[in-house]
Design a protein around this ligand. Sequence first.
Ligand SMILES: [Fe+2]
Length: 279
Amino acid sequence: MTTLQTTTPLRLHHLHLCSSAPDALAAFYQELFELQPVSAPERLIALAGGERAVVIHQGESGGLAMAAYAARSPEELAQLRDRLAELVCDSGPEGEIFFAPGAFTVTDPQGRRLLFGVPRSGRQPDRLAARLQHTVFQTTELKTVVDFYVERIGFTISDEVVADEGTVATCFLRSDDEHHSLAFFQGSRNVWDHHCYETSCWNDIRDWGDRFARVRRGIFFGPGRHGPGNNLFFMVTDPDGNRVELSAELERVAADQAPGVWPHEEYTLNSWGRGWIRT
Ligand SMILES: [Fe+2]
């Protein structure tokens, strides 16, 4: 089977957030994540750092308008576009803030938009490492969306969390050799769950914790270690209540590795103890 990992690897590159208070949200990412404004189409705020970037749209807070994944080259993007031809829509100017002309979008069966493109420029290291790395959604139709992302787009299942009765509760999907760049939880709503930044080591996790502490933005989940992905993590929220994860040591997965299966319990979500199981 053709997979992204083996043909056209993708990495999460930036996110398009919706906010009813875009200036306050932008101030948070500028201050805490050291992002700087860059030019953007009217009514959008675009901010970029070394290995993280965000576009903020006026809208209902808590929504993710688009998740943007970067291909490694124009040739690989063209290959991907050809393979997804019947799903492809032009991205318009908002897709070309950080990506070169030729970026395109794909919409999943529940209306989530993914943007695919090639970055306009290379990325420099940030002062405090934290590369935008994955995003996660809650869905009412886990099998439908996972089938779409695996069979149509080419993501690979790295791990599944399975409940006692055999139903899949969570699915972690990779688009290159990192354990997951996208994941879905089965739940009662179709909402954005969180996004995550991968740091370079445990000491970075400490430094990020100290950075949030200076502005009294406390950790609400973690620190701990996830079972699937084996990554160290903690989570805070931004001013809109969006959950933001800082991570380290995320597992890498070979292309031929069979999907893992984990029990649906607290210690899967956090092997150090208290979990946070979505309903
Ligand atoms: Fe995560």
